[in-house]
Design a binder for this molecule. Structure first.
Ligand SMILES: [Zn+2]
Ligand SMILES: [Zn+2]
Length: 288
């Protein structure tokens, strides 16, 4: 049986999304989502608001977060070519869900404490990237970027400022030429390893799913084997950026390694031309 009632990956202005938590909740509802997870980058600051908004909308909220981790395994060149990608992402994103959180507050505190330094590093890192851009002849004010970020500041806010200043035509161009991983104005963030993050989430009563594997350049079976070995519960096989063939391949690889799957629109805002929801996923293999 398949369901379209779940969207387990979305962002708000608490990280690099364009919309407030309550507006994201409304869009979820409008797109027939019944089980929604807000998964802002390295922060749980939107949970309270999300819980309230979900209640108002009559949908279920699952507390989530997308943790920026070190790369798990080195990319495979043939796989990158097969997927038509120039390079693999230098960080891997781990989704963590805490469906039973209300019953386990001490664990939630523990997790929040662990997450805090990852979050707090965002501002100094942004300032360093702005300094690099200035050296490259593209000055941007920190305040100008901060104004675009409701909560946690991130690269999309910087990209937007670069578009407005006319340094690039589009936000994608900013990422592809200047602020993407390893490019001239990029500054890396200190990150936990996947294994550290998995352990911490488990200790706090959560479950994990490896986000958008398309970005990592790893053959599906090899990836599933890695996830199983490191203790990840599921893979986000049904991510918006994956075509049907890749979704199927990952789903089968998960089945072969006793992993579950998750689904997510990775919704960041309507200006990207997408809406949340409408993510078909096989009910019996879903991690939640
Ligand atoms: Zn991500
Ligand atoms: Zn995301």
């Amino acid at each position: 049986m398949w369901t379209q009632y779940y969207d387990l990956h979305s962002h708000s202005t608490n990280s690099d999304g364009e919309h407030s938590v309550d507006y994201v909740a409304k869009l979820m509802k409008d797109n027939e989502v019944k089980y929604w997870s807000l998964t802002d980058h390295d922060t749980i600051s939107g949970w309270k608001m999300a819980q309230q908004s979900a209640e108002q909308m009559g949908i279920n909220f699952i507390p989530g977060v997308e943790i920026t981790c070190e790369r798990g395994i080195e990319p495979d060149n043939d796989e990158l070519i097969r997927q038509n990608r120039e390079r693999a992402s230098k960080s891997w994103h781990l989704l963590a869900y805490f469906p039973g959180l209300k019953h386990n507050c001490e664990a939630a505190e523990l997790f929040a404490k662990w997450l805090e330094p990852l979050q707090n590093n965002r501002i100094p890192r942004m300032k360093k990237m702005i300094a690099k851009l200035a050296e490259l002849g593209m000055p941007v004010d920190y305040d100008e970027v901060a104004k675009k970020a409701g909560g946690s500041i991130g690269r999309p806010h910087l990209a937007q400022a670069m578009v407005e200043r006319g340094y690039v035509e589009t936000k994608s161009e900013a990422f592809e030429r200047w602020i993407g991983d390893g490019l001239p104005a990029h500054v890396a963030q200190p990150k936990p390893t996947i294994s550290e993050a998995v352990k911490m989430v488990k200790k706090s009563g959560g479950i994990t799913s490896l986000a958008h594997p398309l970005y990592y350049g790893i053959p599906s079976d090899k990836l599933a084997e890695y996830c199983r070995d490191v203790g990840i519960d599921s893979i986000e096989a049904f991510h918006r950026s994956h075509d049907d063939e890749y979704r199927f391949q990952l789903w089968q690889a998960c089945k072969g390694h006793n992993l579950e799957v998750s689904c997510g629109s990775d919704f960041h805002g309507q200006s990207y031309g997408h809406n949340p929801g409408k993510m078909a996923v096989p009910m019996n293999d879903l991690c939640i």
